[in-house]
Design a protein around this ligand. Structure first.
Ligand code: NDP
Length: 309
């Protein structure tokens, strides 16, 4: 019988119960129960403490309870020989699509302008914007970003997606490469960032690149805060070059109360909830991968350590 240890913070008991129901043939333990570290086959974890993995000498796989796994790659106690598996959609793509759509609608329907007018009881109309005139660019076309781009396209927006390799997604103009990004930003009204955090993407949305976005543009950052220069964003909002931003992720979380983004009238802030992990579909996906591994088949969603996603 294989042993699986769950370390999912305050949700550990919930995950353990779901694994017991989905895979009665697995021995499922919470991280704070007694176990023989040399007999642990699988770990399912969110943020285990430093050195948690060190005594687990016979691990067959580690399953992250998230799509973003940069924290796991930075750990010294997790050998590169152990497959690290991330969640692949598992109900997050739909949530992220809703989040991105909300940002696009904020821009299209000039909600920041009307909110400002409401504060001074000002009744004044502005020209409408048609969906066809709102150029949306989605950075990252993976398990989540690909669905975000396709769903915005299905809603009627002209959508271009940027990724490493060119994709074939319904209604989405797909581009790749650094030069393509520079050209794309200049044709962007709403930028939606769904890239993973890697050495290549950290700092990607620099002051120079953000300034390329079309005048009056809007930024939705729903992947990781370390990819975007928030000070530069604030400067571009204050100068009027950008009209607003919807931000879910920050370089430091929780975002410190003193950060001026909190009080900016054209910035909407959420506390890293754009797409939360759903334990039910996640457990289903992890159990399916354990079945594949035990049948000698390839697992899905294994992180390629050389590209870090
Ligand atoms: P995937 O790994 O499935 O896809 C990543 C995409 O980014 C791929 O299309 C890949 O291109 C592209 N990409 C990676 N590096 C580069 C690069 N250097 N240049 C251009 N394109 C690049 O990720 P997901 O879609 O599952 O998730 C994306 C991120 O969303 C996660 O890593 C996580 O950080 C974030 N997230 C945030 C949540 C929140 O609540 N705020 C919730 C869930 C996820 P290619 O396909 O060509 O390889």
């Amino acid at each position: 019988m294989s042993t699986l240890v769950v370390h999912a913070g305050e949700k550990t008991a919930e995950w353990k119960a779901l694994f017991n129901a989905a895979a009665p043939d697995l021995r499922v333990l919470a991280w704070d129960e007694p176990f023989d570290p040399a007999r642990v086959d699988y770990v399912v974890a969110s943020r285990p403490p430093e050195d948690f993995f060190a005594p687990l000498t016979h691990l067959k796989a580690v399953f992250a309870t998230a799509a973003g796994i940069e924290r796991f790659l930075a750990r010294a106690d997790l050998p590169a020989s152990v497959p690290l598996v991330r969640l692949s959609d598992a109900g997050m793509a739909e949530q992220m699509s809703e989040y991105a759509l909300y940002g696009v609608l904020q821009y299209q329907r000039r909600m920041n302008t009307y909110a400002a007018q409401q504060r001074t009881a000002e009744w004044r109309t502005h020209p409408p914007r048609a969906r066809a005139d709102v150029r949306v660019s989605v950075l990252g076309l993976g398990a989540i970003g690909g669905v975000v781009a396709a769903s915005l396209a299905a809603f009627g927006y002209p959508v271009t997606g940027w990724s490493r390799s060119v994709k074939n997604l319904p209604g989405v103009n797909s581009v790749a490469g650094d030069g393509a990004l520079t050209a794309l930003l200049a044709r962007t009204d709403v930028l939606v960032n769904v890239l993973p955090s890697t050495s290549e993407t950290r700092g990607l949305l620099s002051a120079e690149r953000l300034a390329l976005i079309a005048k009056g543009g809007y930024v939705v950052n729903c992947s990781r805060g370390d990819q975007l220069d928030a000070d530069a964003l604030l400067g571009l909002l204050n100068s009027g070059h950008l009209s607003g931003a919807l931000l879910d992720v920050f370089a430091i979380e929780p975002l410190p109360p003193s950060n001026p983004l909190w009080a900016h009238p054209n910035v909407s802030i959420t506390p890293h909830v754009a797409a939360i992990t759903l334990p039910g579909p996640s457990v289903e996906q992890i159990v399916a991968n354990i079945r594949r591994l035990e049948a000698g088949e390839a697992m899905q969603g294994v992180v390629a350590r050389d590209r870090a996603y």
